[in-house]
Design a protein around this ligand. Structure first.
Ligand code: SF4
Ligand code: MG
Length: 330
């Protein structure tokens, strides 16, 4: 189980003395064998969150724990040992493959560095990994430039799996690929999760993709989680006006009718160096009220729902009105 507690990440503004609040206190949990989808527009903090979860960067404050071990406290060999359990798959596998190494050499190197296999055993394991991702052992002899985008992403997946991780962090894993191969890679990921009992954190701006793969979904806006819950309640019955706009842009029965999010919500994502007062969504929110400009809504569980949480004054009120109506009178 991977948990993040109150993660804050500030970056200094270049050439100035301010800070950008890339993450403003994010808490999340991913259970064993579960896929948590994280969705939001670019600049919402998704990629920063990914970097903190795999410890590529340190949080300004907050904790990341894997099976109860606080990763933010670890250094040196202990960190390397734990980091193995959380692997990241990048959007562009080409950028992360050494062009001078054959695929088999690259995978073999990972096995050696982590002392997982040597000699004959290593060769066999490389073949196994290539089979697992649907390429087959002969692909070990190829160079990255001899592979298609989809094949390269399969190699990226094989390399992530080589160290036998518990959690895979997938940051827009198919957005750089041809539309025609996206479904294949998504299906491969679904199969691998089931067969290997992996947990996924699936990060994307694409609601249809997140809907396809996630058990639970967290919606991010301006460095915070504004809504979270099981995928069906969040995406079919969104309570936060921002989630509603994201979903309206991608109609579930006809995702081919998708429009850009700009079609369903006005205005742009505010500058995270100068976030709006109160609710960070208020300048774009069709339901904004006076309170929204002053008070930052906390992420709170909706009554009568299991695990569905929302950070919105108006959504919270609507629900308490409704539960009052549902309550037996007299
Ligand atoms: Fe809109 Fe107010 Fe809810 Fe923020 S708190 S999403 S501004 S209604
Ligand atoms: Mg990003």
């Amino acid at each position: 189980m991977l948990t993040a507690t109150d993660l804050v990440k500030d970056y200094p503004v270049r050439g100035g003395d301010g800070v950008v609040h890339a993450l403003a206190g994010v808490s999340l949990a991913v259970g064993d064998g579960e896929t948590l989808g994280i969705v939001g527009e670019s600049g919402c903090g998704k990629s920063t969150l990914a970097k903190l979860l795999v410890r590529l960067e340190d949080p300004t404050s907050g904790r990341v724990e894997l099976d109860g071990v606080d990763l933010t406290e670890l250094r040196g060999p202990a960190l390397r040992q734990q980091r193995r359990h959380i692997q990241m798959l990048f959007q562009d596998p080409y950028a992360s493959l050494n062009p001078r190494l054959r695929v088999g050499q690259a995978l073999g190197e990972v096995l050696s560095v982590h002392r997982l296999a040597d000699g004959r055993q290593r060769e066999r394991r490389v073949g196994e990994l290539l089979e697992m991702v649907g390429l087959g052992a002969p692909f070990g002899a190829r160079y990255p430039h001899e592979l298609s985008g989809g094949q390269r992403q399969r190699v990226g997946i094989a390399r992530a799996l080589a160290v036998e991780p518990k959690v895979l962090l997938l940051d827009e894993p198919v957005s750089a690929l041809d539309v025609s191969v996206r479904a294949e890679i998504m299906n491969l990921l679904v199969d691998l999760r089931r067969d290997l009992g992996l947990s996924y954190v699936f990060i994307s701006h694409d609601v249809a993709m997140v809907r396809h793969i996630s058990d639970r979904v967290a919606v991010m806006y301006l460095g915070r989680v504004v809504e979270v819950g099981d995928w069906k309640s969040v995406l079919d019955n969104p309570r936060h006006p921002y989630t509603a706009a994201l979903c309206a842009a991608v109609p579930a029965p006809n995702p081919e009718l998708s429009q850009p999010i700009e079609a369903t919500v006005s205005g742009e994502v505010p500058n995270p160096a100068a976030p709006p007062s109160g609710c960070p969504f208020h300048p774009r929110c069709p339901l904004a009220q006076d309170d929204c400009r002053r008070l930052d809504p906390a992420l709170l569980p909706l009554p009568l729902s299991s695990g569905h949480q929302v950070a919105c004054h108006v959504a919270a009120e609507q629900v308490s009105d409704r539960s009052a109506q549902l309550a037996p009178s007299g």
